[in-house]
Design a protein. Structure first.
Length: 196
């Protein structure tokens, strides 16, 4: 086989493999190939990241795992709250006296502050404007609904308190101590155990 034909065959084989990998990703909802980076993110990383100390970049990469874990957990809790309240009160549950009025008032203030700042709103869902402590209050006040999913109110309160405490250093760019990383992992396990 001529060299040109070998190069063409190599290129075609790579294209076929890439197509097969994309099909596997779609079929099994997994990521195999690394994401394609935009030129903007590549430019930002190559221009600005080197200006930060290597130790700081390493610390950020390690903390990113904790942020990702907490992000998924908090979004899951919000979704559980929303789905349960909607199932019991319909899709207008937020305005149906299900949420304590002081939380509704705080959310209105946060939404207004965001609008006045001129930034893109984070969400159209009012629940996304509640803080973690308020999520715990919503569960507690609506316990008759949540008792069908979680096995113990005191356990929910304790785990939500622990998670709220752990959330602060993650949300405010502080390093979690090794013990606190372990506590986060245990709290995550505890949360999912509540629904067993």
């Amino acid at each position: 086989m001529a060299f040109e034909d070998q190069v063409k065959a190599f290129g075609m084989t790579n294209m076929l493999i890439e197509t097969d990998l994309e099909e596997i990703e779609r079929s099994f909802d997994v990521k195999i190939k690394p994401p394609k980076e935009s030129s903007t993110s590549t430019e930002i990383e190559s221009t600005y990241f080197p200006q930060f100390e290597r130790s700081l970049r390493k610390e950020a990469a390690e903390m990113a795992k904790n942020y990702e874990l907490f992000y998924c957990l908090e979004k899951t809790i919000r979704k559980q709250i929303s789905e349960l309240l909607e199932a019991h009160h319909g899709d207008k549950w937020w305005n149906d006296k299900v949420i304590p009025q002081h939380i509704v008032g705080e959310v209105k203030k946060r939404v207004q502050r965001e609008r006045e700042s001129g930034i893109t709103p984070r969400s159209t869902d009012d629940l996304d404007y509640t803080n973690f402590g308020e999520l715990g209050e919503i569960i507690k006040i609506n316990w008759s609904i949540f008792a069908s999913v979680f096995n113990n109110l005191k356990a929910v309160e304790k785990i939500m308190f622990n998670l709220n405490t752990l959330r602060n250093p993650i949300a405010h760019c502080s390093v979690l101590a090794e013990d606190e990383v372990l506590r986060l992992e245990l709290s995550l396990r505890d949360w999912f155990r509540l629904a067993e």
